[in-house]
Design a binder for this molecule. Structure first.
Ligand SMILES: Nc1ncnc2c1ncn2[C@@H]1O[C@H](COP(=O)(O)OP(=O)(O)OP(=O)(O)O)[C@@H](O)[C@H]1O
Ligand SMILES: [Mg+2]
Ligand SMILES: [Zn+2]
Length: 462
């Protein structure tokens, strides 16, 4: 018995389906995100369960497991985030704001792969072949053997790929422009994005090539199109950065084949994206010494130490109501906690002040280890005394003001010494805590047990 196609409404943000239109999505709380779509009924046989499936083979957990093979793009910053390179038959979604450099990154990666002798297809639904050629010329990769096509028709793309052999990687720029005739809605809608992704992913799995999908990001920072897209792929990466800055950071939000805490750092130049193998130097390049309210944090991004400048600005509270807490690159809740600890445990009066905090360079810091550096910046801003320009800070601060150990102190100290810093403020070694090696040559350690030690020391430093 064949049923008529029915209609339903799907949230663009989270993919929840409703039989009727509603103004607000109950699942994610967004307003006006529902889109109408047509649902094709499942073939009667599968729906009723009458078709007989084949029996699947069950296996033990203790069998032989090989790590997946990798195709290195040989762009080290990209390979690192991928977890060592592209995995055949896997799917990566690369999201990012408009104009941030997604097409540039992927064209460079595609050309590098093609230059290394791999068969790569770059399919653009956004740009004409000529435009891509011009970009390649500008990036200085114009002579590489890369197969280009401009198309939005997924059926055509699938037929083309079926006829090709030896394809190692396919780039689709972007999934929101792709279109399947059998789905009755416009490109970019939930139903189209989902159906197109499904077709392309199925093909990638069957033919064994790596598929890279470009995705646009909405103003809220989520990938446009439903969240379901994130579940369908093996890895989700975000290409981030501030358009006003040169730095671009590639970060994995999900990776079935690697860690998600590695970042790739690039600089956008007129010749395209350049790899930044020493991010600390880049992040500290614009630092000016001897300004109150600034401190250098010895942080960790994945396995890599990164030094960053944190800046704090205090000004007397403007207007009635609560004072302002404006934060860029850090967690607002964490700042409130730190302000409360400084006030209650260390006697620093900050409640009448508006507080602005900024991690320079556009990197978002998530480590609690940044507490001590933020505290140092706040104390310096409150006292007007600059922190020593040769000093780095790291350590977590607890609610009673105690300074706590953080992971990988040695790696942080080494990076600080490498960049010419001569002093580090860090948590005091606990008796039987982690064994710390001898500090690197030329680096003096200042070990703290409580945050109030920092106030005394830094304010008297003059
Ligand atoms: N002629 C040029 N010279 C220098 N930089 C350029 C030039 N053209 C583009 N760019 C840089 O490249 C960026 C655009 O990169 P790209 O097209 O890769 O971004 P995208 O993320 O793919 O954008 P979209 O979302 O529009 O597809 C620009 O913002 C600019 O910084
Ligand atoms: Mg693009
Ligand atoms: Zn929703």
């Amino acid at each position: 018995m064949a049923k008529k196609p029915s209609r339903q409404f799907v949230c663009r943000n989270c993919g929840t389906a409703y039989p009727k239109w509603v103004g607000q999505c109950e699942a994610c709380g967004e307003w006006n995100t529902l889109e109408e779509e047509t649902v094709e009924p499942l073939a009667a046989s599968t729906a009723s369960g009458s078709a007989k499936g084949r029996r699947i083979k069950l296996e033990g957990l203790d069998g032989i497991a090989k790590p997946p093979p990798r195709i290195e793009t040989t762009i080290a910053e990209f390979d690192r985030v991928l977890g060592g390179g592209l995995v055949p038959a896997s799917v990566v979604l690369v999201g990012g704001d408009p104009g941030i450099g997604k097409s540039t990154l992927l064209l460079q990666a595609a050309c590098r792969l093609a230059g290394n002798g791999e068969r790569v297809l770059y399919i653009s639904g956004e740009e004409a072949v000529d435009q891509i050629r011009l970009r390649a010329l500008r990036l200085g990769v114009g002579t590489t053997k890369l197969d280009l096509a401009a198309s939005i028709n997924v059926a055509d793309i699938v037929s083309t790929l079926e006829a090709e052999t030896d394809v190692k990687a396919v780039i689709i720029d972007s999934i929101q422009t792709m279109w399947l005739e059998t789905v009755a809605s416009a490109p970019g809608t939930v139903s189209q994005v989902r159906a197109c992704a499904f077709e392309l992913i199925r093909l990638a799995k069957r033919r064994g090539f790596s598929l890279i999908l470009v995705g646009h990001v909405t103003k809220e920072g989520a990938l446009a199109g439903p969240r379901v897209l994130e579940h369908m792929v093996d890895a989700v990466m975000y290409f981030e950065g501030d358009r006003g800055h040169q730095f671009r950071i590639l970060r994995a939000a999900k990776n079935r084949f690697g860690a998600t805490d590695e970042i790739g750092v690039f600089a956008m130049t007129d010749r395209g994206l350049e790899e930044v193998s020493n991010p600390s130097a880049l992040f500290l390049a614009e630092r000016r010494g001897n300004i109150a309210g600034s401190a250098v944090f010895a942080g960790l991004e994945g396995t890599r130490p990164v030094l960053l400048e944190v800046q704090a600005l205090l000004s007397p509270k403007s207007g009635d109501g609560a004072p302002r807490r404006a934060v860029v690159g850090w967690d607002t809740g964490r700042l409130s906690m730190l302000l409360a600890v400084l006030e209650t445990r260390c006697g620093l009066k900050l409640s009448g002040m508006d507080v602005y905090l900024n991690f320079a360079g556009g990197l978002k810091v998530a480590e609690p280890a940044a507490d001590l550096a933020v505290a140092a910046a706040l104390i310096s801003a409150a006292s007007g005394v600059p922190t020593s320009s040769g000093e780095v800070y790291f350590g977590e601060v607890g609610l009673s003001g105690e300074v706590r150990q953080v992971a990988q102190a040695d790696a942080r100290l080494k990076e600080a010494a490498k960049l010419g810093f001569d002093q580090a403020t860090l948590p005091r070694r606990v008796a039987r805590g982690t064994v710390r090696n001898k500090p690197p040559e030329g680096l003096a350690l200042r070990e703290l047990g409580h945050l109030s030690d920092l106030i005394g020391a830094d304010m008297d430093a003059e």
